[in-house]
Design a protein around this ligand. Sequence first.
Ligand code: ATR
Length: 276
Amino acid sequence: MKKLFGVIGDPIAHSMSPAMHNDLFDLYGIDAVYLPFHVRKGNLGDAVKGLKALGVSGFNVTIPHKTEIIAHLDKVDPLARAIGAVNTVKNENGLLVGYNTDGPGFVKGLESMAADLGSRSALIIGAGGASRAIYFSMAQAGIGRIDLYNRTTEKAEELVSSCPFKVESKVLSQESAEKSLAEYQLIIQTTSIGMVPDTESLPLSLENITQNTIVSDIIYNPLQTKFLKAASKRRATVQNGVGMFVFQGALAFEIWTGIFPDVKRMEANVLRNLGG
Ligand code: ATR
């Protein structure tokens, strides 16, 4: 029987996940379909019950449900539980099990650009949900040092102190982060600030970065945020959010099917969707 997969969220119409996963099902000859489901906040519990009753094989979870979904699952993987967010659910013999592939997906995307991550120092900008997934996953992956800068300092301090993985870490003010940018080989922008095109503001000035720094922005629409443009100008190596999106999808696909898919093909699919 054809297997059912999907993604639940609000809004959901422009999700690139259905095209990406349906293409992989075709490629690997898997008899399955992946559909977008528009689920509003108040309907999450009913939607999950319905998907379970229909025998869904697995689904992704996106905004605004990544945290609330946890209460509706039978089991949650320890990393996802620590992060406090689930983006991938698998039906394991009738039980819905939650995973987080956003953070590990980001780390895999980074590994595809840079070897020996363990010896590198990173600065993460932002302390929201995305930052938390990335910080915890990088700490688990053994990155040498991860400092944090956020507009609201207390949120960064809370994030660092709640991380279950041991990692050297400091919370910086904007001024000290800007001054010490040359100390980092990795700078990761996780705030939503670049999503509004042509916005004048950068979360912090990149004046002091060095040429060899990898500067990553998790935003993929636009493909080149103002932040990445400023980094390119200073001849840093830049990475947009397509990598994280593709690798979170690849890890979800692997959880569901046991196959780690062709990420180059997934990336091409996503770029076609974005018109890039
Ligand atoms: P997400 O789940 O996408 O990470 P979030 O949890 O709402 O979203 O977090 C948004 C992040 O973007 C936070 O770090 C937020 O900073 P504050 O904690 O100070 O609110 C950051 N952010 C959003 N708009 C910003 C802006 N205009 N300038 C600086 N930081 C901003």
